[in-house]
Design a protein around this ligand. Structure first.
Ligand SMILES: C[S@@+](CC[C@H](N)C(=O)[O-])C[C@H]1O[C@@H](n2cnc3c(N)ncnc32)[C@H](O)[C@@H]1O
Ligand code: SF4
Ligand code: SF4
Length: 329
């Protein structure tokens, strides 16, 4: 089986959302030559573009052409900008795409992103549906929208798309960090109003009753940031010493044995008996407590919550295990 690669072709963006983890110090772009090097050194099955607005990369179309030509399954997360920048033929080269929506009403969405974003999101969804490109809503569960999950489910239902939810990670600011109660309220109300296609958020997965709930991170999922660094997760605290794309000819797939990857898949000793096995490594690393419990771990608090949830019919729940997204319908 090949790798599912997450990649940021650029950290450039047309917006500057307050919660965003991307590095805004200076604009950096990956080149087509670097993408070709990755594909020459690793068996890449799928590539998902994120981090900035990827159409801002000067070689974006050449990169999409190249990867599509190699049969790599492509996906893209966007605020709408990159999805509108693509012509029909290039948009149809994507296996599926996501458009970010964090609030279920125009006023709050436009205030959080930028004026006109709500209308753009709707335009993008209509365009993708007309071109038969599967499109989902992508919401970040934060302290400012944790109580809007039912409304977001309802919006997704009205638009006839799936909803993907990722928990906020405090990369640059704690302003949007979820409290323990908000985190669980968000997932509880999400599952109360929607059917679950897949969930790979480790703590939530454990509370759903899955035995294989240890974090999938650092195993088969590889991320490349716009600086060219190879990282186990987009939120992982970066250091100058991390391996880069230029190291791949020397390291090949053994890049998965680098210090960061080993640390990401290490279960903290204190969590060895926990159902979540330490949960999310990035969340622990960002708190500077890699060897502690996940901040949202209920078992370390003596609680044993059982989330009530319903599986979406006829969907393989083992899908999407290499990212911590929760997908509902
Ligand atoms: C970084 S953006 C890149 C793609 C595109 N610009 C967009 O906004 O969808 C990808 C997703 O990450 C989310 N995101 C940004 N900062 C985050 C953070 N600190 N924690 C969790 N998700 C975050 C965004 O809301 C968006 O849904
Ligand atoms: S649109 Fe996406 S990449 Fe741009 S600032 Fe917002 S979350 Fe970050
Ligand atoms: S669960 Fe894994 S991919 Fe998700 S934020 Fe944590 S370390 Fe990153």
């Amino acid at each position: 089986m090949g790798f599912s690669v997450g990649i940021g072709l650029t950290n450039d963006c047309n917006l500057s959302c307050a919660h965003c983890y991307r590095d805004t110090q200076r604009v950096e772009n990956l080149s087509l030559a670097q993408i070709q090097l990755i594909c020459a050194q690793l068996p890449v099955d799928a590539m998902g573009f994120g981090t900035g607005e990827n159409a801002k990369n000067p070689e974006f179309l050449q990169i999409v052409d190249y990867l599509h030509g190699r049969g790599v399954r492509l996906s893209l997360a966007s605020n709408g900008y990159s999805l509108m920048a693509l012509d029909d033929a290039h948009l149809q080269m994507f296996h599926d795409v996501e458009v970010s929506v964090d609030f279920a009403n125009e006023h709050q969405q436009d205030a959080f992103r930028n004026p006109g974003n709500w209308a753009l999101v709707h335009e993008v969804i209509a365009r993708c549906q007309a071109l038969h490109v599967p499109v989902s809503l992508l919401a970040t569960l934060m302290s400012v929208n944790y109580d809007q999950m039912p409304e977001l489910v309802d919006l997704a239902r009205r638009l006839r798309v799936h909803l993907r939810v990722n928990a906020y990670q405090s990369v640059k600011t704690d302003v949007f960090r979820l409290t323990y109660a908000q985190f669980w309220h968000g997932y509880r109300t999400l599952f109360a109003t929607a059917h679950v296609i897949s969930c790979a958020e480790p703590v939530v997965r454990a509370a759903m009753g899955f035995a294989d709930s240890h974090s999938p991170c650092g195993h088969t999922s590889i991320r490349f940031n716009p600086h060219g660094q190879v990282i186990p997760c987009v939120y992982w605290p970066t250091a100058a010493t991390m391996p880069t794309i230029a190291d791949l000819p020397r390291l090949g797939a053994s890049v998965l044995e680098s210090r960061e990857f080993l640390a990401a898949r290490q279960t903290p000793a204190v969590a060895a008996a926990c159902k979540c096995q330490g949960g999310c490594a990035s969340r622990r690393a960002l708190r500077g407590e890699l060897n502690a419990h996940d901040a949202y771990c209920p078992w370390s608090r003596g609680e044993d919550p059982r989330l009530v949830w319903t599986a979406a019919p006829a969907v393989d729940l083992m899908r999407s295990r290499n990212v911590c997204t929760t997908i509902v319908t």
